[in-house]
Design a protein around this ligand. Structure first.
Ligand code: MG
Length: 466
């Protein structure tokens, strides 16, 4: 009898050990992913990227413990197309999220990211992930385009930019001279419902953070993907009362320092839940600084140009990758892009990427994990449907030029291309066209190959509600 009892006890112990090890395996095989995406933050607007007065201790610490990337690109120089690229791993010209007439989606837009596109959220969800989008979406505000129609279980945020739905008859500059949150009748949504209008933008960074921490706390036992897209520091600028008037950099600095606080809260939530060693956190921005707003806009640091241009300052963004025990600490000067996050997260989680379409991203997980050479060796800089420039290795060849502050737009075809060595000359000051015929030839060939295989999607950004 005693023997039988012992056998049953051992059997139960065995079952529970197998169960525990399966749980452990499930967790260790499927890492969590968090993207923290800021809006219009420049390359030079973080302490670790050399800003003299903005203090960002949490992001700086992330960079020390993880990777600071110095050649990381978005796929477009304004919000909507850039956001479509991070979500889909595809150039906006393929997915229809581009236009030469309307650069982004507006409250009267009838278009959005087509449901036929695969998003990071949709693929990871199919792989067993819990998914949440918190913050600015800007890939379509109609129900069929919202995050909950694109693979996210949960959405909390504003569906387009924080400067839209203006209520007064002021000039553009008057709106931003003395920002009031009630001047912008932007809706705040939970899933498909408007819960507040106008959204109180003074408290919005704090509330996004609380939502993000809540999501992490409630999914500590499942693999999860959290996309936290701050609606700031896009103008109009609003800081929480704890941060208002505290930064030497002024209001723009207050906001970046509040976002840095938010990053600290997210990392703390991961540590408290014991998830820090099984989570990859990517901090980056959707495009360069909005320079026409002077001190209300950010800084691209040593780079030339800003938002609305395909100069380096418009599309090269501050990027930190963090994952203690998984990400090899380093300063990475290899080329990377937000386009690469979809295949990289799929690679790290063992999720298949369907091969029914062309992706423009590379799996750069070997750079995250081992700080190896990046599989990405080139970058195509589109402005609407114009291929503005192409980078291959250290060299960037321009086919067009534009106003360096982006507005008013002055797009001109160059009589002859210009060429810069970005490793030596990141500020793009010295044209090397005459001296490097073999480089020109090699990039021209790359452009021909790229264009031969390019199929443009039908534009979604020119569709307007009648
Ligand atoms: Mg933006």
């Amino acid at each position: 009898m005693r023997n039988l009892f012992n056998r049953i006890l051992y059997f139960l112990l065995f079952i529970s050990l197998v169960g525990a090890s399966n749980n452990l395996n499930a967790q260790s095989q499927k890492p969590n992913f968090i993207i923290i995406f800021t809006d219009d933050q420049g390359y030079g607007d973080l302490g670790v990227y050399g800003h003299p007065t903005i203090k960002t201790p949490h992001i700086d610490q992330m960079a020390m413990e993880g990777q600071k990337w110095t050649n990381f690109y978005v796929a477009a120089n304004v919000c909507t197309p850039s956001r479509s690229a991070i979500m889909t791993g595809r150039l906006p010209v393929r997915t229809g999220m581009y236009s030469n007439k309307r650069r982004v989606l507006f409250p009267d837009s009838d278009g959005g990211l087509p449901q036929t596109e695969n998003t990071i959220a949709r693929l990871l969800k199919q792989s067993g992930y819990a998914t949440a989008a918190i913050g600015k979406w800007h890939l379509g505000h109609l129900p069929q385009y919202l995050p909950t129609s694109h693979g996210f279980d949960y959405y909390f945020g504003i569906p387009y930019s924080n400067d839209m739905d203006r209520v007064n008859d002021l000039t553009y500059m008057e709106y931003f001279a003395d920002s009031k949150t009630e001047n912008f009748n932007v809706p705040l949504m939970r899933n498909e419902e408007i819960i507040e209008r106008p959204a109180d933008q003074n408290t919005i960074t704090k509330r996004y953070t609380e939502e993000a921490v809540k999501f992490i706390n409630s999914h500590k036992d499942d693999p999860f993907f959290l996309y936290l897209a701050h609606s700031l520091p896009h103008v109009p600028l609003f800081a929480g009362e704890e941060f208002l008037g505290t930064s030497e950099r002024g209001l723009y600095g207050d906001i970046i320092e509040e976002i840095d606080w938010s990053v600290g809260e997210i990392l703390n939530a991961l540590k408290k839940n014991g998830l820090d060693e099984n989570t990859y956190v990517v901090f980056t921005s959707d495009n360069g600084p909005w320079l026409i707003f002077n001190e209300q806009g950010g800084s691209s640091g040593s780079l030339f140009g800003g938002k609305g241009t395909s100069y380096e300052g418009g599309v090269r963004v501050p990027t930190v990758i963090w994952g203690p025990g998984n990400v090899k600490p380093a300063v990475i000067t290899e080329i990377g892009s937000t386009l690469d996050l979809l295949p990289t997260f799929c690679g790290l989680s063992g999720t298949a990427v369907p091969d029914d379409r062309v992706y423009d991203g590379f799996d750069i997980s070997s750079v995250f994990v081992h700080a190896k050479e990046s599989p990405r060796q080139s970058m195509f800089y589109y402005h609407g449907d114009h291929l503005f420039a192409v980078r291959k290795g250290d060299f960037k060849l321009y086919l067009y030029k534009n106003n360096p502050v982006g507005y008013p737009e002055k797009l001109e075809v160059l009589e002859r291309p210009s060429l810069y060595n970005l490793a030596v000359d990141p500020s793009e000051r010295f044209d090397l066209y005459e001296k490097n015929p073999e480089v020109i030839e090699s990039i021209t060939k790359l452009i021909e190959e790229h264009q031969a295989n390019m199929v443009f999607g039908e534009t979604q950004l020119e569709r307007v509600i009648n």
